[in-house]
Design a protein around this ligand. Structure first.
Ligand code: NI
Length: 405
């Protein structure tokens, strides 16, 4: 079966590159992927999938009916949105949309999803269960996965796989990560309220700027002394505002920040921990405070069994040298984690780096991919989907064990 999947994917390669280039030159921002979604729906329909549009606002769901009676449903998720970046690659198929660019490779993800649907739809009776393809909108603003789930995209799903391109892994190599892949990313706003007064008479006022600076310092120090160093927390205050004149004591300061963590328990405890520290700093000096903590996306925790499935599929397809076991998680965020609250899953990193030149990072105006990686991604996903039904049951009916780093 592997060689059949490889042949099908290799034959599709020119068409897949055409699809990817079309998507690349017509990027759309988060939540506005109307043309992309219509295009995706057209390709899925032509492969005989049952297609629903407008799921998760602009998302598309395509269902491939298996020929057997296995009740399990495997989902394969890709994202479709681009970024507000002016492309500077000079490619002939560069973005035709000023100020919008597929600089995070979601054009490649969409193409890999479509290619996987094309390959699997040709496997016929070899596919005993159903595969649901999720093409979500608005990953870059961490909204699309929530919209998809609200519209029932995860109903009946028993496992979910996904992919993200990675320029620092060479093209042809598949990056596998067990456990935490990305971080939980939350936002917070802290307001410190003191009392205004004359700059020369601090004892008659409550200086919100001085207290805010204590809050920032104490938070950073407290991380190092109270958080488990093996469960990283990054807290960045990226914006601070307050005060009106050099000789007037400020009565209010606003701090805006982002909070990243990997371990679900740590993530759970962070809002209370932050509030406690802010309170502890403010109270002795008579300042009032408000902490507004907004949950973003949880950490992506790759399921062991489904990660093994991806690893063994990639290893059979590309050999051990075609795999890189990723040692360190990223403190970036990815809303694939939202689906993982409903079913176990795993996301792999698809190496797209050129071997003989510099590879600018994701979100860079010069970001480029080695397109030969598209076939690598399609074969890996399609074969993993096939093996999902054909491996021994006990291995695959894995508990959605909470994993940590
Ligand atoms: Ni991305």
């Amino acid at each position: 079966m592997l060689s059949r999947i490889k042949d099908l994917a290799a034959n599709l390669a020119p068409r897949l590159i055409e699809i990817r280039r079309h998507l690349h030159s017509h990027p759309e921002l988060s939540g506005q992927e109307y043309q992309t979604a219509a295009y995706v729906a057209g390709v899925l329909s032509s492969c005989g999938l049952q297609v629903k549009e407008g799921i998760g606002k602009v998302g598309v769901v395509g269902e491939l009916r298996g020929q057997g009676d296995d009740p399990r449903m495997l989902a394969i998720r890709t994202d479709m949105d681009a970024l507000p970046i002016q492309e500077q690659t000079g490619l002939e198929f560069a973005s035709r949309q000023p100020g919008v660019m597929h600089a995070c490779g979601h054009d490649v993800h969409t193409t890999v999803g479509l290619g996987t649907a094309m390959v699997l739809s040709q496997l016929g009776e070899s596919l005993p269960g159903n595969v649901r393809f999720l093409f979500q909108s608005a990953e870059e603003i961490a909204q699309g996965a929530n919209w998809m789930v609200k519209d029932g995209a995860m109903d009946g799903v028993s496992g979910i796989l996904s992919v993200h391109v990675f320029p620092s892994i060479p093209s042809g190599v598949v990056g596998i990560r067990y456990g935490a892949l990305t971080a939980a990313a939350d936002d917070m706003e802290i307001t410190i309220m003191g009392e205004s007064g004359h700059g020369a008479r601090p004892h008659e006022a409550v200086d919100a700027i001085w207290i805010a600076s204590q809050v920032i310092t104490t938070l950073q120090q407290a991380i190092s002394r109270t958080q488990n160093p093996l469960r990283p927390v990054v807290l960045t205050i990226g914006q601070i505002s307050g005060g009106r004149a050099p000789n007037v004591i400020a009565d209010q300061v606003n701090l805006l920040g982002t909070v990243r963590s990997l371990h679900p328990e740590t993530s759970q405890a962070l809002p209370g921990w932050i509030e406690q520290i802010v309170a502890g700093v403010c109270q002795p000096y008579g300042a009032r405070y408000e902490v507004n903590y907004r949950r973003g996306v949880p950490s992506v925790q790759n399921d062991i069994t489904l990660t093994q499935l991806l690893e063994s599929s990639a290893e059979e397809a590309w050999g051990r040298e075609g795999i890189q076991i990723i040692q360190e998680p990223s403190l970036g965020a990815e809303d694939f984690s939202v689906y993982l609250q409903y079913a176990p899953g795993s996301m792999f990193r698809l190496g797209t780096g050129f071997k003989d030149r510099r590879n600018p990072s994701l979100h860079h105006p010069h970001f480029m991919v080695d397109e030969s990686a598209i076939v690598t991604g399609v074969v890996t996903l399609a074969y993993a989907a096939y093996k999902y039904w054909h491996q021994s049951q006990p291995l695959l009916v894995a508990s959605h064990a909470k994993q940590t780093e």
